[in-house]
Ligand binder design. Structure first.
Ligand code: ADP
Ligand code: MG
Length: 260
């Protein structure tokens, strides 16, 4: 084995799940280290989104566990998991569609902030100051994503690609540590996809976050990932660097050679 940082920030430990008679994940086991960009790839139906659903607490696995800094999160409520700093985006965008872009970001930040203050008094000078800062920070974050000029637009009026970016901005505003992105480039053209993935690289470096990414565009996955995990029929068939994955005969056979 190559040397790796001592402790995984996220460990998916021997995860299995079945729905009725359908075994969707079988002993899925992998680690993600601090500051990595790890891509989870595999054909449609391989179980990628299901892995995200379990990490984020939406599904409870039949067996196995999710460890964050060695702390067991399995079975924890989704809100607690996102509060710990594991936040996901969805294949179907989830925003407050009737609120402005700016308010969407401020609310995300506000929730994180309220949680910190839970049990203490609101409307202290510190709180008021924090509120003013929230707007400034939100605008700065939006600017990083090229959305500052959209700040006062109603979110549902944004083009699809910008709504996806807004989802990511909201996750960053909430103080995310591990960002789970489920096909963030879906519905984008090649240029937009390429720009978005560059941006993901940039935010990983700027915000010192860890990224777990589900993405179909292989060329881009190969370009931006530190490591790639390949799922096939609910099992991990490969885990390695982009060049290891590109040259892995099992992967080529199961996935890369197959255009679907
Ligand atoms: N809640 C569920 N109930 C029944 N089957 C499910 C459920 N969630 C996912 N599945 C099934 O699990 C398999 C993997 O789905 P999914 O994780 O969405 O795949 P991917 O994201 O890799 O395309 C599919 O066959 C899907 O129909
Ligand atoms: Mg999916």
């Amino acid at each position: 084995m190559m040397s790796q940082p001592a402790e995984a920030i996220l460990k998916v430990d021997n995860l299995s799940i079945a729905f009725g008679g359908l075994q969707v994940l079988m002993n899925v086991d992998f680690s993600v280290y601090s500051n990595e960009i790890v891509s989870l790839i595999g054909p449609n139906g391989a179980g990628k989104t299901t892995v995200f659903n379990i990490i984020s607490g939406l599904y409870r696995p039949t067996s196995g566990s999710i460890l964050f800094h060695s702390k067991n999160l399995t079975g924890m409520h989704p809100h607690r998991i996102s509060n710990i700093g594991i936040t996901r985006t969805f294949q179907n965008i989830r925003l407050f569609k009737d609120l402005t872009v700016l308010d969407n970001v401020i609310i995300a930040k506000h929730f994180a902030f309220c949680y910190k203050l839970l049990g203490s008094l609101f409307y202290t000078p510190a709180y008021v100051e924090e509120e003013a800062k929230a707007e400034k920070d939100a605008l700065e974050l939006l600017a990083v994503f090229g959305l500052a000029e959209r700040a006062h637009d109603i979110s549902k009026n944004l083009p699809y690609g910008e709504q996806r970016k807004l989802e990511i901005v909201r996750a960053l505003a909430s103080g995310v540590k591990i960002l789970l992105l489920d096909e963030p480039a879906a519905g984008m053209n090649n240029a937009e996809t390429s720009a978005l993935l560059k941006l993901i690289h940039h935010i990983r470096d700027t915000f010192k976050i860890t990224v777990l990414l589900i993405e179909h565009d292989m060329k881009l996955v190969m370009k931006i990932s530190d490591r790639i995990i390949v799922l096939h029929h609910g099992e991990v068939i490969a885990d390695g660097t982009p060049s290891q994955i590109r040259n892995n005969p099992h992967v080529v056979e199961a996935y890369l050679g197959n255009p679907t």
